[in-house]
Design a binder for this molecule. Structure first.
Ligand code: BES
Ligand code: ZN
Length: 640
C-alpha cells in the first residue's frame, strides 16, 4: 500500500486507514489527519506488544470451528496489514494460542516467533511475523482449552439444561487468548467471521449476521458475520447455545435461552424508547441494529457493550425494569466507548464515566427525573464512600490514572461515579443545552477514533470555555481529571431525593423502628438500596432476623437488593443467611456480587471456612475473571 510515512506515523487512529480510499485520501492531505497528541506518551498502551507505527492490522477475517467436546476454538485468522515502507515484521498479541502455520495470502510460508510470556500472564506473548512483503497473513491456530476470554458451559450450567453454551468476554485484554491480532483499543479494525457450530446451536456475534446459516451436512452449520466499522478488538465477541430471538422494535430485539426468552423480553421491551432517547440526546445511533443477548448467570459482568449485540447477565431481571439502567448504560457505550474509544486503559473514565453520565440522561428521559435523581444520588454516595475508604489522596481516586493500573479495573469509584459527577458538574455550570451540544460534536468529531483525556479537556477548553477565565477557574477541570479525592465544586444531589428513606433510617437508628412492609414495598429499588446502604453496619442476629421478617429481604426479587442483604448478613456472621448465600453463589457468576460476598465471609473466623467450603464447590463454574478476583480475596493461588 502506498502510504506516506508521515501519515502512517499517525495511523494509530483507525478512521483514516479503514479503506484504501480513505487512506490514500488522507495521505494526500497536507494537514495531519489527527491531533498529534495521539503520538505522545499519553496514548501509549503498555498492555500491547504491537508497534502500530511500523505495521498494523486493519481487518480481521476469522474462520473458526467451535468444538464443544474439546472446549476449544480453532481455524484460521486472515489479517490485512498496513505496513510502513521498509517494515520487515508485524507484532501481534497472543496468549496461549497454538499456532500451526503462518502463510501469506498466496500460501507462502512466513517465519514467525512467539516471545516470552509476560510475568503475570495477562499481557501474553508477542507473536512476531516476518512480512516478506506480504499485505495479508493467514494464521492457522487453535486457542487453548482454557482460553481466558471464553467460557464453555455444560448443559447443567444453562437454564434449559440440555445443550452446552459458549460465550466470550474480550474486554480488557482477553481477546488475545482466542484471536491473534493487535489487541489494543487504539488499533481499530474491521472484521468478518465464519463460525461453525453443531446443530441445533445458534451463534451470535458483535457483528451483523449475514443471511441464513448454511447447513454443512455433517451435523454442523456455518454462520457468517460482518462488522464493517472499525472497532477496538476488545469488542469482538461471540456467544453460542440453544438460543432464540424475539424482536422488540424494527432495529432491536433480544436473544435468550427459550425458557428465559419471555421473561427477558418483558424486561427489555423498552429498548426502542431507550435508543430514541439516546439519539435525541447525542445524535444518530450509527451501528444499524441494537440487539441484546441475555446470557446464563455465569457471565462475569452486568453487561458488556459488544456492538450490535449487548451481552447481559440474567441477574439484572427483576420483573419490574428497575435495573434497566444497565441497558441504558450498555446502549450509551454505542457512543462513549464504541464510537469514541479510550486509546489506553488508563483513561477508563472516558468510556465508563462518560457512559454512566449518558446512562443517567437516558434514564431521566425514559423513566423520569425522580428515578434519575435517585440513581445519581446513589452514585454520589458511593463516590463519597469510596473515597473515604481509600483516602482522598489515594492515586486510585484520580480519574486519569498516572500509573499503570489493571486494565480490568471496574470497581474503582474514580472511573464510573467520579466521571458521572464530573460531567454533571460541568453540565450544571455551562448549562444543559450548551453541554449537550458540545458532547454531541465530541462524539461526531471522534467517531471511530481513539481519544485521550488530554483531547477531551483540550476540546472542552476550545469549544466551551474559550477565553472565559472565570469559567475555567470555576470548573477545576485538571483537578477533576488528574487530581485525587472529590473536588470542592462537585454538584451534590438534591438532599430531598431520599428524604423519606433517610428519615426512616434515622428512626431505625434511634429506636429500632422499622419501615412497615407497605412502606418498604412502596419504595423504588433505589430507595430500598439506599436504606440498606445507610443502615448501621453492625447488626445482631435478632436485628437481622427482624429486618428479614419485616422486609422479606431474603426473598427480594431485585438482585441488587438481595445482594446488599446477603452482604450485610454475612458481615454480621448471621447463620440463617448461609444457605441462601450459598445458593446465590452457586448460581451467579457476576463478579460485582460474587467477590464482595466472599470478601464479607473472609473477614471473620466464622466466615472463612464457609467461604472455602462454598468456593470449593463453585470455583469451577466461574469465569476466569471472577475466579481471579475471588482467588485473590481468599488468598489462593490458581488451582489450589
Ligand atoms: N464495559 C463494561 C464492563 C468492563 C469494563 C469489562 C472494564 C471489562 C473491563 C460495562 O459496560 C460495564 O460497565 N458494566 C457494568 C454495568 C453497570 C455500570 C450498569 C457492570 O457489569 O456492572
Ligand atoms: Zn460500561
Amino acid at each position: 500500500m502506498r502510504i506516506a510515512a508521515a501519515a502512517l506515523a499517525l495511523s494509530f487512529t483507525a478512521a483514516a486507514c479503514t479503506t484504501p480510499d480513505a487512506a490514500s485520501q488522507s495521505a494526500s492531505m497536507t494537514q495531519p489527519m489527527v491531533s498529534p497528541i495521539l503520538t505522545t506518551a499519553q496514548a501509549f498502551d503498555d498492555q500491547t506488544y504491537a508497534q502500530p507505527q511500523v505495521a498494523r492490522v486493519t481487518h480481521v477475517d476469522l474462520d473458526l470451528d467451535l468444538d464443544f467436546e474439546g472446549q476449544q476454538v480453532g481455524g484460521k485468522a486472515t489479517l490485512d496489514v498496513l505496513a510502513a515502507p521498509g517494515a520487515k515484521e508485524i507484532v501481534l498479541d497472543s496468549n496461549g494460542l497454538q499456532i500451526a502455520s503462518v502463510t501469506d495470502g498466496a500460501g507462502r510460508r512466513l517465519s514467525y516467533s512467539v516471545g516470552a510470556m509476560s510475568d503475570d500472564g495477562g499481557k501474553g506473548a508477542p507473536l512476531t511475523i516476518q512480512l516478506d512483503g506480504a499485505e495479508r497473513i493467514v494464521i492457522d491456530y487453535r486457542a487453548a482449552p482454557n482460553a481466558a476470554a471464553l467460557q464453555w458451559l455444560t448443559p447443567e450450567q444453562t437454564a434449559g439444561g440440555e445443550y452446552p453454551y459458549l460465550f466470550s468476554q474480550g474486554q480488557a485484554i482477553l481477546n488475545r487468548t482466542w484471536i491473534p491480532t493487535q489487541d489494543s483499543p487504539g488499533i481499530r479494525q474491521t472484521w468478518e467471521a465464519r463460525i461453525t457450530a453443531p446443530k441445533p446451536l445458534d451463534v451470535v456475534m458483535s457483528g451483523v449476521r449475514q443471511g441464513e446459516p448454511e447447513d454443512l451436512g455433517n451435523g454442523r452449520r456455518a454462520f457468517r458475520f460482518v462488522m464493517d466499522k472499525p472497532v477496538p478488538p476488545y469488542l469482538i465477541a461471540i456467544a453460542a447455545g440453544d438460543i432464540d430471538f424475539r424482536a422488540i422494535g424494527s432495529r432491536s430485539g433480544v436473544w435468550a435461552e427459550p425458557v428465559m426468552l419471555d421473561r427477558a423480553w418483558r424486561e427489555v421491551n423498552d429498548t426502542e424508547q431507550l435508543i430514541e432517547a439516546a439519539e435525541e440526546l447525542y445524535g444518530d445511533y450509527r451501528w444499524g441494529r441494537y440487539d441484546m443477548i441475555v446470557l446464563p448467570p455465569a457471565f462475569p459482568y452486568g453487561g458488556m457493550e459488544n456492538p450490535v449485540m449487548t451481552f447481559l447477565t440474567p441477574t439484572f431481571i427483576a420483573g419490574d425494569k428497575s435495573n434497566n439502567g444497565l441497558i441504558a448504560h450498555e446502549l450509551a457505550h454505542s457512543w462513549s466507548g464504541n464510537l469514541a474509544t479510550y486509546s489506553s486503559w488508563r483513561d477508563g473514565w472516558l468510556n465508563e464515566g462518560v457512559t454512566s453520565y449518558f446512562e443517567n440522561r437516558i434514564t431521566e428521559q425514559v423513566y423520569g427525573k425522580q428515578r434519575a435523581e435517585q440513581e445519581y444520588a446513589l452514585s454520589y454516595a458511593s463516590l463519597v464512600e469510596g473515597i473515604e475508604e481509600v483516602g482522598a489522596d489515594s492515586p486510585t481516586t484520580a480519574m486519569r490514572s498516572p500509573d499503570a493500573i489493571s486494565p480490568f479495573e471496574t470497581e474503582g469509584v474514580a472511573i464510573y461515579d467520579k466521571g458521572t459527577v464530573f460531567l454533571r458538574t460541568v453540565e450544571n455550570m455551562v448549562g444543559r443545552d450548551r453541554f449537550d451540544a458540545w458532547l454531541t460534536q465530541w462524539f461526531d468529531n471522534h467517531a471511530f477514533e481513539p481519544v485521550t483525556s488530554e483531547m477531551f479537556l483540550a476540546d472542552l477548553r476550545e469549544k466551551l470555555i474559550g477565553n472565559d477565565a472565570q469559567l475555567e477557574a470555576r470548573l477545576m477541570l485538571d483537578e477533576w481529571v488528574y487530581g485525587t479525592g472529590l473536588p470542592s465544586n462537585a454538584l451534590q444531589p438534591d438532599p430531598q431525593t431520599f428524604a423519606a428513606v433517610d428519615n426512616a433510617v434515622a428512626a431505625y437508628v434511634a429506636d429500632g423502628t422499622l419501615p412497615t412492609a407497605n412502606t418498604w414495598t412502596g419504595w423504588t429499588a433505589a430507595e430500598q438500596r439506599r436504606f440498606l446502604e445507610r443502615m448501621p453496619e453492625e447488626r445482631t442476629d435478632e436485628q437481622l432476623a427482624a429486618l428479614d421478617a419485616r422486609l422479606g429481604l431474603s426473598e427480594a426479587g431485585n438482585n441488587e437488593v438481595l445482594f446488599l442483604w446477603l452482604e450485610a448478613a454475612l458481615r454480621n456472621q448471621y447463620d440463617p443467611a448461609v444457605p441462601k448465600a450459598e445458593r446465590f453463589l452457586s448460581q451467579v457468576g457476576r463478579n460485582k456480587f460474587v467477590s464482595p460476598l466472599f470478601t464479607a465471609l473472609s473477614e471473620s473466623d466464622w466466615g472463612k471456612p464457609i467461604a472455602r467450603r462454598i468456593y470449593a464447590e463453585t470455583r469451577d463454574s466461574y469465569h476466569s475473571y471472577t475466579r481471579g478476583r475471588v482467588d485473590a480475596t481468599l488468598g489462593m493461588t490458581a488451582g489450589e
